[in-house]
Design a protein. Sequence first.
Length: 311
Amino acid sequence: MSSKTYIGIDVSKDQLEVFLTSTSEYQNVANTESGISALISLLQSANPELIVLEATGGLEKPAAEALTVAGFPVAVVNPRQVRDFAKAKGILAKSDRIDARVIAYFGEAIRPEPRPPKTPEVQELEALVTRRRQLVNMITEEKNRLDSSPKRTRLQIQEHLRYLEKALKNINREINKSIKKHPQFEAKNRIIRSVPGAGPVLAVTLLSDLPELGSIDRKALGALVGVAPLNRDSGRFRGRRSVWGGRARIRAVLYMATLAATRWNPVIRAFYNRLLNVGKEHKVALTACMHKLIGILNAMIKNQTTWQGNS
């Protein structure tokens, strides 16, 4: 067993359950600002090689960001990967302590790449974009309810919709102000928006949720977003390649942008049609186009060039 310290943190709404591999020690702190500060103080002397947390619907963000800012190497991983690791080790039981221990030993065995620290500017933009996403979801839900609501509640839903749509306009203004306030955002936004099919929603999503854009290679970026096809071959069997994992929020927005690009972007449209003409299924061709589009954007950001029409 390694003498280095790997730390696993199981995250819940109220608590952070912490396990250290070097001492087999558990710690438990509140998932609050003061609790996270106490955790940082506790871990200073441990000098961890890596701290691993699962992505937990955003509950992990305050701890992950605070630990990263404090200078610790932090990786946020897909829960399915950790669960598969636990099954492979024969660990079927679940509790906060068991999960923290499994996460720590997953980090020791797999060594996931630590996440780069997010600047305060990126954190601010991410919060605005997250709130925008929440408002869009609420508007969609209320519109769906409106179609089948009785007359007694329809006026109330319509009033709520007006409030939400006003709030969405306000958050869009705040996002635009944030982009214009920071030259690095404005330059990247201009480059992304120059690509046919890449609209404002894709641009702000990439700025807030994919700060690595332009700084890593195309293959690594495809895996990070979750659009790189993975082999499923064994012996003579050749399975259909598939994509999974990655950052689902980016992938959802990239999917919609790629749909538009297959109509309005000459490079993506030609690539899409070529794949269909050789017999690729619609979904397979569209995923390949997503991979190509994010690769084009990555190269453009890296080279600081706008769309030339022949990328």
